[in-house]
Design a protein around this ligand. Structure first.
Ligand SMILES: [Zn+2]
Ligand SMILES: [Zn+2]
Length: 351
């Protein structure tokens, strides 16, 4: 394995280049995976722009991956060369207090491919703590579909089901219908909820409607009073509401669109230092404010069962599938907004 092709960021915010880098090698307790598919996510764009303090240059982005194990460190117990795998974007240490509680998604010593170390916009990627973090990909699930699970789909699943506690018949508002928002629409509908989808892009709302959203709201069409529109559509406010974009505006609108005792789940990343939240409503209506940060590997089986049963269709979220050479331009294009659906890179694909 000499000469691994990868997307390399040399300077924040400047065009990345595709070139050969060194063989990653399996870290202690880890594996090397031949990357078959890797999703392009807004988090990669934040990293490329220099918004993430943990990244040192040069850097290889990419954290939503699926592929085949090609090398295994001697300390790995459960995994062999040839296995089809994916990982949560939070790779846990397996040893800290959070991990001991089963909360690997908030591990105290977590690693994130494409952030704390070189990621999967490459032909091969090294992954840490294989026994804690790897998830088997069923033979009948394509790598392109599996690549969407580790970040956006699993995050949406945990946000709606575990953190949000969705119940049949409830109204769920989803603010922001990019990859994670559309995933949340699909998960909430599968859970028997009625969904209000909010986005400024007609294409995103069209997909939300196709995935079962009962009501679509374009903030511009309601004079910017998104929360009012959600309260009107839901007979007084959503039971559960997600900010799936991550902005001061969508966060505040999500909280303000809830009914009494409603739950807000923050999914989209927000800048350090925080944003203004209508805390007067939080007190008066006894609202709950929750965060959601990926999903631990041990929680995947139930998600995988629902995918296998056809109740959840992450494959329908995939938009463009591109080669490695097209990745730098696709990354830079996120400065101008998100494409409809999830863009997936196949590093082995001919240019
Ligand atoms: Zn992601
Ligand atoms: Zn840990």
């Amino acid at each position: 394995m000499v000469g691994v092709r990868a997307v390399v960021v040399e300077r924040f915010g400047e065009a990345a280049e595709v070139r050969e880098v060194g063989d990653p090698g399996a870290p202690p307790g880890g594996v090397v995976v031949r990357v078959a598919a890797t999703g392009l996510c807004r988090s990669d764009w934040h990293g490329w722009m220099g918004h993430d303090d943990g990244i040192t240059l040069p850097h290889v982005p990419g954290h939503e991956l699926a592929g085949e194990i090609v090398a295994v460190d001697a300390a790995v117990r459960d995994w062999r060369v040839g296995a089809r795998v994916t990982v949560p974007f939070v790779c846990a240490c397996g040893r800290c207090a959070a991990c001991a509680r089963g909360d690997q998604q908030v591990c105290e010593r977590q690693q994130q491919p494409g952030f704390t170390h070189w990621g999967s916009f490459a032909e091969y990627v090294a992954l840490h703590r294989a026994d804690t973090n790897l998830v088997a990909v069923p033979d009948d699930m394509s790598y392109v579909t599996a690549a969407s699970l580790g970040c956006r789909f699993a995050t949406a699943y945990r946000a709606v089901v575990a953190q949000g506690g969705v119940r049949p018949g409830e109204w769920v508002a989803v603010h922001g219908c990019g990859g994670v928002g559309l995933s949340a629409v699909m998960v909430a509908v599968a859970g028997g909820a009625r969904v209000v989808a909010v986005d400024t892009a007609p294409g995103a709302l069209e997909l939300a409607r196709r995935f079962g959203a009962a009501v679509c709201v374009d903030p511009a069409a309601v004079g910017g009073d998104t929360a009012g529109a959600v309260r009107a559509a839901t007979g007084g406010g959503a039971h559960l509401s997600l900010d799936a974009l991550g902005s001061a505006v969508t966060c505040a609108a999500s909280v303000a669109g809830l009914r009494a005792r409603g739950r807000h789940v923050q999914v989209g990343l927000l800048p350090a230092g925080g944003v203004a939240v209508p805390m007067d409503r939080v007190v008066a209506l006894e609202l709950e404010l929750l965060g959601s940060h990926g999903m631990a590997a041990h929680a995947y089986p139930e998600l995988m069962r629902q995918v296998a049963a056809g109740a959840l269709r992450p494959d329908l979220l995939v938009g463009a599938v591109i080669g490695l050479d097209a990745a730098p331009a696709a990354l830079a294009a996120l400065s101008g907004g998100s494409p409809a659906g999830i863009t997936v890179i196949e590093p082995g694909r001919a240019a």
